[in-house]
Design a protein around this ligand. Sequence first.
Ligand code: MG
Length: 214
Amino acid sequence: MDTLGKALPDNAALLLNRTDTSNWTTRSGDAAGWKVEDGTLHVVPGKGDIMTKELFTDHYLHLEFRCPDMPDKTGQAKGNSGVFIAGRYEIQVLDSYGLNIPGKGDCGAIYNQFAPLVNACRPPMEWQTYDVIFRAARLDKEGNVAEAARMTVIHNGIVIHNNVVTQGVTGAPLDEREGVPGPLLLQDHGDLVRYRNIWAIALPLEGSDTYQPR
Ligand code: MG
C-alpha cells in the first residue's frame, strides 16, 4: 500500500495549503516561521516547532517527508525532525536509512517508547510517507486516563506499529493533557527536513448504531 502522492479524500481536512503556513502557528500561537514553496513545507531552523490550528481527537493522518542528505552526521544529528500526533506523541523523523536494527530513537520510532517493527526508510532526499491511525486516550469521569492512546503507523506502505498502546505522552509534548483534541505538531530540530501532502480525517469516537449503505 504505497500512499506516496495519495490525493486528498473528500472527507479530509487539508492541513498544508500550497502557498503559505496561514493555518499553522508556533507552539505559543504566533505566526509560523516555516516556508512553503511549490506546495512543500520547509523547516526553517531556529523558527521553532509549528502546529496546525485545527485540532483532532481520533484521526487518520497522511503526510510525506524528506530528510536532507547529511553524510557527515550520525544518529540524532542526521536529518532530525518529528511528527507529534495530537501535539503529544512523537513519531520520529530521522535519516535512519540502511540501519539494521532501528531503536526507540530512530526514524519511525514512537520516541523513546517503541522502535519500529522494521526499518522501512528510504534514502535521504527521497520522499517518504507516514500514514497514522490514532485513537486518543479515553478518560474516566474524574478525567484520568482509563485507556491509553493507541497508534498504528504505516511507513512507506509498511506497517511499523501495529495498534501499540502508548505509555503516555513522549518527550517535549505540547502539554501533558491526554484524551483531549490536539494539533498536528512538526518539530524544528535544526535540520532541513521538508513536508508535503498533509491531510487528516477525523474518525468517529465509536461505532455507528445504524446501518447506512453507501
Ligand atoms: Mg525528532
